[in-house]
Design a protein around this ligand. Structure first.
Ligand SMILES: [Zn+2]
Length: 424
C-alpha cells in the first residue's frame, strides 16, 4: 500500500528506523504471558517444562514450584511429551512523536526432559499520531483457514488496518513504556488489560467525552462506551446528569438500554428522576414492557388497517352467520360480526384470534361465549366443513369450568350454521 497522507509518509519513515526489541522484553513475555508446565506421570514423577529436571510430587495442588529452577509450574497429568503455547504480546514505544504498539507472536515449546525453547517474531505495528490518526504496518497475511496466519518471508510494510490486526493487538503489554505527552495530558497514566489500547488512545485524542471518563477513572463507563459507540451518542447527555448526581450504574449495558427505552416512550432522558433509578433492573423491565406493548399495538393497528382493505370479502363469506345466538340460562354465545370484534376478542382474551387472522379463514366461524352480564368466558371456533366445534379457549388459551358446556351447546346447534350456509 502506498503512503498517501503526510502521517502515512512519516509512519513509513519511522517504520524503517525501528530496531529489534530487547531480549529482556522477550524474557518477560516468556515468564508472564504463557503458562509454565510440569509433566506428571502415573508414578507422580514430575518433569519441569522449563529446566527439564525431574522431581516427585504426589499432592493435590494445581500449581507447584520447581525445586531446581524455582519456576511456578502448572501440573499436567499427561502422557504427552510435548506441549506448545502461542500468544501475542505487545511493546509500546515512541518514535518521531508517534506512539507505536509493536505486536509479537510468542511460541513456547516444552519438551519432556529438555529446557524450554521459545521464539518471538514481530507481526505488526499500530501507529497513533498525537492527533489520533491511525496507521498500520505489518507482515503480509496468508490466505487460508486461520485469519492470523502471516507470511514470515514478507516485510513489515504499510498495510490496511484490518480487524485481524486490531484483534491480535488486544494483548499483554510489556509494562515499561513511554506514552505521548498528549495522551498523558488527557488522563492516560497506564494501559489496562480490559480495553483495547489503540481504540482507547485514538478516542482519548479525538473525543473529549472519553477524556472526561478517563480523568474521572470511570473505567466501567469508559469500557462500555468505547465498545458501544452508538450508546455514547444516544446516552451521553443522560450520563453527564447521572455523573453530576454521583450515580454510577454497575451494569452499563442495562442502564443504556433503559435510557433508549425511556427515549422511545417519549420521557425526558435528562430528568434525574428517570436517569438515576434506585432499582435499575425493575425500571428497565417496566419500560421494556411498555415499549413492547406499544410496538404490539402499532402492529395490531397496521394489521387492522390491512384487514379493513379486504373487509368486503369478510362480509361476503361470514355475514350469512351473523345474528346466530346460542344460549342457555347462564351463557350466551354469539358470532363475531366485524373485524374490530375479532381484535377486541383477541385483546381481552389474550390469544391470537385476531393476530393469526382467523377472520380470513373461509371454513371457520368464530363465536364469543359470555355470561348474562357480558363477561367473556371462551372463544369458540366452529368448522363449517366438519360441522362441529374444533377449539374453544378461555383467557390465555386456558380452559374454563364452562368449557364442555359451551362446546356441547354449540355442537347441538350445528344445524343452524349448516342451514345458514345452504340458504346463502
Ligand atoms: Zn525447573
Amino acid at each position: 500500500m502506498k503512503a498517501r497522507t503526510s502521517f502515512e509518509k512519516s509512519v513509513v519513515a519511522a517504520n524503517e528506523r525501528l530496531t529489534d526489541i530487547a531480549q529482556k522484553q522477550i524474557d518477560w513475555a516468556v515468564n508472564k504471558c504463557v503458562s509454565h508446565v510440569a509433566f506428571r506421570n502415573a508414578h507422580d514423577k514430575c518433569v519441569c517444562g522449563d529446566c527439564g529436571h525431574s522431581f516427585i510430587y504426589d499432592g493435590k495442588a494445581k500449581n507447584i514450584r520447581c525445586p531446581h529452577c524455582e519456576k511456578l509450574l502448572t501440573i499436567n497429568d499427561t502422557k504427552k511429551r510435548n506441549i506448545e503455547y502461542k500468544t501475542y504480546f505487545g511493546t509500546l514505544e515512541i518514535i518521531d512523536v508517534i506512539q507505536v504498539l509493536r505486536v509479537h507472536l510468542l511460541e513456547v515449546k516444552y519438551r519432556k526432559g529438555h529446557e524450554l525453547k521459545s521464539f518471538a517474531g514481530e507481526v505488526c505495528r499500530l501507529w497513533v499520531s498525537n492527533k489520533g490518526q491511525l496507521a498500520a504496518t505489518s507482515l503480509r497475511r496468508c490466505l487460508g483457514w486461520y485469519v492470523d496466519s502471516f507470511n514470515w518471508q514478507s516485510k513489515i510494510e504499510l498495510r490496511q488496518l484490518s480487524d485481524v490486526l486490531m484483534h491480535i493487538s488486544d494483548c499483554y503489554i510489556y509494562p515499561h513504556y513511554r506514552l505521548l505527552p498528549e495522551l498523558r495530558r488527557n488522563g492516560l497514566k497506564s494501559i489496562s488489560m480490559d480495553v483495547h489500547p489503540i481504540s482507547l488512545m485514538k478516542a482519548l485524542l479525538t473525543d473529549p467525552r472519553i477524556e472526561t471518563l478517563q480523568k474521572r477513572s470511570d473505567h466501567n463507563a469508559l469500557k462500555h462506551f468505547l465498545q458501544n459507540g452508538s450508546d455514547l451518542k444516544h446516552c451521553w447527555d443522560s450520563y453527564k446528569i447521572a455523573m453530576r448526581r454521583g450515580y454510577l450504574p454497575d451494569d452499563m449495558m442495562m442502564w443504556c438500554d433503559l435510557i433508549k427505552l425511556l427515549d422511545k416512550c417519549g420521557r425526558d432522558i435528562r430528568n434525574p428522576k428517570y436517569v438515576c433509578p434506585t432499582d435499575l433492573k425493575a425500571e428497565h423491565d417496566h419500560w421494556l414492557n411498555k415499549v413492547r406493548k406499544a410496538e404490539q399495538k402499532k402492529r395490531d393497528e397496521i394489521q387492522l388497517k390491512k384487514a379493513k382493505e379486504d373487509e368486503a370479502n369478510f362480509y361476503a363469506t361470514k355475514s350469512r352467520y351473523f345474528g346466530i345466538v346460542i344460549a342457555d340460562k347462564d351463557i350466551e354465545i354469539s358470532v363475531l360480526d366485524s373485524i374490530e370484534a375479532y381484535k377486541n376478542e383477541g385483546e381481552h382474551m389474550k390469544h391470537c384470534v385476531f393476530r393469526a387472522s382467523y377472520y380470513t379463514k373461509p371454513e371457520s366461524i368464530i363465536l364469543s361465549a359470555h355470561d348474562r352480564e357480558g363477561n367473556r368466558i371462551e372463544t369458540v371456533e366452529f368448522s363449517i366443513v366438519e360441522g362441529r366445534v374444533i377449539q374453544s379457549r378461555g383467557v390465555c388459551n386456558s380452559n374454563t369450568e364452562y368449557h364442555d358446556r359451551i362446546v356441547n351447546l354449540v355442537n347441538t346447534n350445528a344445524y343452524r350454521f349448516l342451514q345458514a350456509k345452504a340458504t346463502a
